[in-house]
Design a protein around this ligand. Structure first.
Ligand SMILES: [Fe+2]
Length: 243
């Protein structure tokens, strides 16, 4: 994959490289292997986004900070590590939203959110609109996974007006099922996706991400690789959504 290595570096907005918190990296050695593999793919910045999901994976913010420290100490050359969270849109999220305390990228105004696959939350578009008006930038994890979007272009348009779509590279490569693959590829081909990310939980997921990048390079060309892995994620981190 070195042939598409960028000048500055790719940014991974969604990864589960922290160990001991959820279903991410199972130990520190796995964290190191994942980060080394991501760096070899061309990533220069990787955000750890541990789950914040009520009833399943809800590590405390202190535990997340404690898990982040040894990862930073791994010091993979050429790699900067950042911290955020993958926030499930549930009651905990909604409470944090009301209090303005959503765990975010570098504790700023941009945050990663995921939805349940079968049914979207009531009032989702309105809430996203309000968040944008309040100066926040929601980043939507794996939009290809949400069934209500599969046959509703109008809903896709309404959602993407208020949040950045970040597709999983593994889905692009076909590891998350046929429909998500079809949807992820369509969102990329039609220029709807703002970025792509590894969503890696394991070293194998990083290999799947490499296949996703290879597909983008072959099908959409190198400028698309740069847009989706470099400019796109950096723009989102700066609070900008694509036109
Ligand atoms: Fe994830």
């Amino acid at each position: 994959m070195r042939y598409i290595r960028p000048v500055v570096g790719f940014v991974d907005l969604h990864s589960h490289v922290l160990s001991g918190l959820d279903d991410g990296a199972r130990d520190l050695a796995t964290s190191r292997a994942m980060l080394t593999a991501l760096e070899a793919l061309g990533f220069s910045e990787v955000y750890a986004t541990p789950h914040q999901k009520a009833g399943q994976f809800l590590p405390g913010l202190d535990a997340i900070d404690a898990a982040f420290a040894p990862i930073q100490a791994l010091a993979v050359p050429g790699l900067r590590l950042g911290l955020a969270a993958e926030n499930m849109w549930d009651d905990v999220f909604f409470d944090r939203l009301q209090r303005g305390q959503i765990p975010s990228y570098d504790r700023g105004d941009v945050f990663l959110v995921e939805l349940r696959p079968h049914e979207l939350p009531l009032g989702l578009v309105d809430q996203l609109f309000r968040l944008r008006m309040a100066g926040k930038t929601p980043v939507l994890a794996h939009p290809e996974r949400y069934e209500p979007l599969w046959a509703d272009d109008g809903l896709i348009e309404r959602l993407r007006a208020h949040c950045g779509f970040v597709c999983d590279l593994g889905a692009v490569a076909g590891y998350h099922g046929k429909q998500p693959q079809k949807m992820a590829r369509r969102l990329l081909e039609e220029g709807v996706a703002a970025a792509v990310a590894s969503d890696a939980h394991t070293v194998e997921d990083v290999r799947a991400a490499a296949e996703g990048i290879a597909w983008i390079a072959k099908r959409l060309g190198r400028p698309a690789v740069a847009r989706l892995l470099d400019d796109g994620p950096r723009a989102l981190l700066a609070g900008e959504l694509p036109e």
